[in-house]
Design a protein around this ligand. Structure first.
Ligand SMILES: Cc1cc2nc3c(=O)[nH]c(=O)nc-3n(C[C@H](O)[C@H](O)[C@H](O)COP(=O)(O)OP(=O)(O)OC[C@H]3O[C@@H](n4cnc5c(N)ncnc54)[C@H](O)[C@@H]3O)c2cc1C
Length: 473
């Protein structure tokens, strides 16, 4: 560490208190590990401000000394954006101590929160006021609202409520020069010129540090019904989706595609789970409808199931008749992620194509994997109600780590080339960060690149914030 940097950290410790600046190796180690367990770098230190003024103060000092910073939330992001370089020249600014619910207005259906609030805590606070904050994802017990804004998080209910972009009314952001931009409006309708707040949605910490957000709430659903269905093919899954979108009065809140292999992975990871139906089926759909008011959701689901069976789209189904049964069905969705993680290194993708193109895309991608590496295992699952698929690939376990790496890289490139033919997205949900950067950059037109670089240099002319994420250094 340079004397200059040590001096900056001393100044910060004086302003934020000793607990506000962590430098010892054993103290910073937990900020370097993401959910997948990869250690990605070594920070100069971890700064933990308690409020917006302390974030601004910290960033201003870093700006004056050209010191690089990276904001960090719950470190559940999956593209390596929240982690420092190995050069020990980047300061992590963790929002974990900023976790206050500032205000909740159940009549305006909005709440204002610190960016370090854990998503689960926000959902609970909304629930206590008979409201719902409808962002739901597997990492909600750890991820923070600031991270959700920065990654434009999606999750299970996007098909009904949209991504984070649609769930934010206003933001408060510390800009890379340390200035605070107060855009904390709670307006549902506001058409004044360019929408500055939206620029931060999905900006992955490259344009500023989100310190507060006004979130859009919806009425808390009074009833929810969940079903797990067995289907013969991906084509029948998409036909059923179309039927469900029309037949469920637009009350469909989740529609997840799960292959048989993932049911097995879930049962491996959580041995208390047993097969959801008497027989095994090649594909499953986990779906949910929810509503307020006098609607008979049970009847609605049964009719959908009947109609799906008549058309030979659905082979069998399990309808949850209690909250406990519903949770049991959702456990398959959660445990299969753990089962996948336990299989070690694999290709994780997060792609999207138009919903109607999913069967053709899966067919082509499957055929490609069979041709290139017949011993690899494809696990394609996802929020198909939004056209979003995790087309993941487990390499043959017998390969060395190096060979696995080479194979997975090759398969990823081939997969993305197929995606290009569908005008699909290489990142439907998790963002670009560092891990998707190369594939992202090669797909940008010169015009797009110029516009993006212009935005970055307008906000961050010294390039101190999250350097090397999304755009190159
Ligand atoms: C089991 C599991 C399931 C998941 N499921 C989904 C899913 O369904 N949908 C989905 O979209 N994602 C999903 N994710 C990915 C992840 O949870 C989201 O990207 C989440 O929004 C990240 O939030 P975080 O607080 O953990 O951010 P971090 O991982 O800490 O950071 C992510 C990025 O945001 C930046 N950042 C963090 N906080 C701020 C801030 N306050 N201001 C500015 N920039 C900031 C970081 O610098 C980094 O670039 C999943 C992850 C896991 C592990």
């Amino acid at each position: 560490m340079t004397t200059d940097n040590a001096g900056i950290l001393d100044t910060l410790a004086t302003r934020l208190g000793e607990r506000g600046v962590l430098r010892a190796e054993e103290e910073v180690s937990r900020y370097l590990r993401d959910w997948a367990g990869d250690e990605l770098g070594t920070p100069l230190a971890v700064v933990r401000p308690r409020n917006t003024a302390e974030v601004a103060d910290t960033v201003k000092l870093c700006h004056e000394h050209n010191l690089r910073v990276v904001p960090q939330g719950g470190h559940t992001g999956l593209v390596g954006g929240a982690f420092p370089d190995r050069d020990q020249d980047e300061l992590i600014i963790s929002l974990e101590r900023m976790n206050r619910i500032r205000d909740l207005d159940p009549v305006n259906f909005s709440m204002t929160v610190d960016a370090g609030c854990i998503l689960e805590a926000v959902k609970q606070a909304a629930d206590a006021e008979d409201c719902d904050f409808p962002l739901s994802l597997g990492a909600q017990g750890s991820c923070q609202i600031g991270g959700n804004v920065a990654t434009n998080a999606g999750g299970l209910n996007v098909l009904r409520h949209g991504m984070m972009r649609e769930l934010v009314l206003g933001l408060e952001v510390v800009l890379p020069n340390g200035e605070i931009w107060d855009g904390l409006t709670a307006l549902h309708k506001d058409n004044r010129g360019y929408d500055i707040a939206q620029l931060f949605l999905g900006s992955e910490g490259t344009l500023g540090i989100v310190t507060g957000a006004v979130l859009k709430l919806v009425p808390k659903p009074e009833q929810t019904r969940t079903a797990m269905l067995g289907l013969p093919s991906v084509t029948s899954v998409i036909e059923l989706y179309s039927l469900a979108r029309r037949g469920c009065s637009d009350l469909l809140s989740a529609f997840e595609l799960i292959p048989r292999r993932c049911i097995e992975l879930a049962m491996e990871a959580s041995p208390q789970l047993s097969d959801p139906m008497d027989e095994a089926y090649p594909w499953y759909v986990l779906m949910e409808v929810s509503a307020t008011g006098p609607v008979d959701l049970g009847e609605m689901l049964e009719q959908l199931l009947e109609s799906g069976m008549e058309k030979a789209l659905v082979l069998d189904g399990a309808l949850a008749s209690s909250e406990a049964q519903s949770q049991h069905l959702w456990q398959f969705r959660e445990s299969m992620l753990e089962g996948q993680r336990q299989r070690g290194k694999h290709l994780r993708t997060d792609v999207s194509v138009p919903i109607s193109a999913i069967p053709a895309f899966v067919d082509r991608a499957d055929a490609m994997v069979t041709e290139v590496s017949p011993d690899s295992t494809v696990i394609a699952y996802g929020h198909v109600g939004d056209g979003n698929l995790h087309f993941n690939i487990l390499p043959p376990p017998s390969l060395s780590d190096e060979d696995k790496h080479t194979l997975l890289h090759d398969l990823e490139q081939r997969l993305f080339a197929i995606l290009d033919d569908f005008r699909g997205s290489i990142s439907a949900e998790h963002g670009i960060g560092r891990t998707k950067q190369a594939a992202y950059l090669t797909r940008l037109s010169p015009t797009e690149r110029e516009l993006l670089q212009g935005i970055k240099s307008l906000f961050d002319p010294h390039g101190i914030m999250s350097r090397g994420r999304i755009l190159p250094e």
